[in-house]
Design a binder for this molecule. Structure first.
Ligand code: GLN
Length: 497
């Protein structure tokens, strides 16, 4: 019989409701899986105690047995990226400066998940303050890619992706500021969704760049992603950028026909910087979509070439401001060894932040400083507007855009960490989407030399259902999610695990 940890939440939900399995059995199976794999994968920064999670599972089982109403994700084990607040358990954001910080409240997304009776298994490893593309910037240890332990899982939500791919959890939450959900989803062969800016509340998310950050699901297939997105979406008065718009029933819209939809392929994202094999995968995807009656055409968005510099100015500016609060007084780590308060600040921040975070703070502070503000920050904001307009123009004629998620498949640990610019280029396809606030999904598009590769589908604002439909039909007709899931179920067991 198939192990319980290998199922999707949708499949498990059916089994749980029909009382074919209990949540206790599911959680037990997941816990044993974690005990078996975690030593190599390193996806967790905090694992909840076995007896605690089993007790929670038993409570869900009891509710089901008594015929009480239970939530949409009742009894399903999930993992949470460590930059979100879960009451009573540590939230470090992958940083030393937040060591020992235990939030006294839940993020809104956590409240929403708990309302649906999920079982939270623990907190997942990530790049420090979500800054990175490989998870090597975690202050604790890098996460390893379950498909090849010598490779990165992608970042910054590397723990969120690796844990789902290795079946250490059924679903997870990540955050995406410039690609941090889609990139690791692509590298680990799973589905990752970055919702429209404002769709999901950021209350309780440790801020990196507030005008770009969004929380979203990582899952084994599109259906599971749609289910989780439905649960976490919606207006929240505690987030001033949350948008008060009805949340469509994503799950029931998945199967609507995609015939007649018009999809554009931005030529700027299929050029020389993208690996030949990745471009081939994209062309194959186009052929499949055309077979399904989708109209595919090449489009041009000339401003895309400015996205990377614009992103690094804006995100670093916002980060430098957001991270000012970590001063040794209010949260976590403090260095007591100095003589006065100023040396306490200096030493705390000097020792508490890692090199990448310091780089961004310096860059951001510079861009915001008098004399450089107009030339850097203001200019970047203007170009951001042009980029947004470019997307708006294209979306007048097209329902979605199709592109690679990244220029390569998962690279080796250590390959890019010494060269920040090389690392930044990894996000060339994902970053423009955040600057324009659009919804976007990474869906498995097969393997290249044994490593997974994702396809990025981006939509108009608040049209998550269109990209979900496209991703779902791609997945169902290509079968890549089963290749991916099967492979992640079997291969790692035999190979270098
Ligand atoms: N890799 C990008 C960065 O380091 C994006 C990170 C993210 O999406 N959180 O800024």
């Amino acid at each position: 019989m198939e192990s319980l940890y290998n199922f999707t939440s949708y499949e498990l939900r059916e089994k749980l409701f029909k009382k074919k399995v209990s949540s206790e059995e599911v959680v037990k199976s997941i816990y044993e899986r974690i005990e078996e794999k975690e030593e190599k994968i390193k996806a967790f920064l905090y694992l909840c105690k076995k007896e605690e999670v089993l007790e929670k599972a038993r409570r869900v089982d009891k509710k089901i047995a008594l015929g009480e109403e239970v939530g949409k994700l009742a009894g399903i084990p999930v993992g949470i990226k460590d930059n979100m607040c879960v009451k009573g358990i540590p939230a470090t954001g992958g940083s030393k400066i937040l060591k020992n910080f235990i939030p006294p409240y839940n993020a809104t997304v956590i409240e929403k998940l708990l309302q649906e009776d999920v079982i939270i298994m623990g907190k997942l490893n990530c790049d420090e303050f979500a800054m990175g593309s490989s998870n090597e910037n975690s202050a604790c240890y890098p996460v390893r890619n379950p498909w090849d332990l010598n490779r990165v899982p992608g970042g910054s939500s590397g723990g969120s992706a690796a844990s789902v791919a290795a079946s250490e959890v059924i679903l997870s939450l990540g955050s995406d500021t410039g690609g941090s959900i889609r990139l690791p989803a692509s590298f680990c062969g799973i589905v990752g969704i970055k919702p429209t800016y404002g769709r999901v509340s950021r209350y309780g998310l440790i801020a990196f760049a507030s005008s770009l950050d969004q929380i979203g699901p990582l899952s084994k297939d599109v259906r599971d992603g749609a289910l989780m997105l439905e649960v976490i979406s919606g207006y929240d008065r505690r987030d001033s950028t949350s948008v008060n718009m009805e949340v469509p029933p994503y799950l029931s819209l998945l199967e609507e026909d995609v015939k007649g939809l018009k999809v554009g392929i931005p030529e700027e994202l299929t050029g020389d910087g993208i690996d030949e094999d990745i471009r081939k995968r994209l062309s194959e995807a186009v052929v499949l979509f055309e077979k399904l009656g989708v109209i595919c055409e090449t489009v041009s968005l000339p401003t895309l070439s400015y996205a990377l510099p614009v992103y690094y100015i804006i995100s670093s500016s916002e980060a430098s401001s957001n991270l000012a609060r970590f001063d040794g007084v209010r949260y976590g780590y403090r260095d007591f060894t100095g003589e006065d308060i100023f040396s306490m600040y200096k030493k705390t921040r000097g020792k508490g932040f890692g090199p990448e975070v310091k780089r961004r703070i310096m860059l951001g502070t510079y861009a915001l400083s008098a004399g450089y503000y107009d030339a850097c920050y203001l200019k970047a904001q203007k170009v951001r507007t042009l980029l947004k307009r470019d997307f708006e123009r294209v979306f007048k004629d097209f329902d979605a855009l199709l592109s690679p998620v990244a220029p390569t498949t998962a690279f080796l640990i250590g390959e890019k960490i010494k060269d920040p610019l090389k690392m930044y280029l990894t996000d060339i396809c994902t970053i423009p989407v955040n600057l324009a606030g659009l919804p976007s999904i990474s869906v498995p598009a097969g393997l290249i030399k044994g490593l997974p590769v994702g396809l990025q589908i981006t939509g108009r604002i608040f049209e998550e259902s269109t990209i979900l439909r496209l991703a779902y039909s791609f997945e169902q007709n290509s079968g890549y999610h089963t290749v991916s899931v099967k492979y992640s179920r079997q291969k790692p067991e035999e190979s270098n695990y």
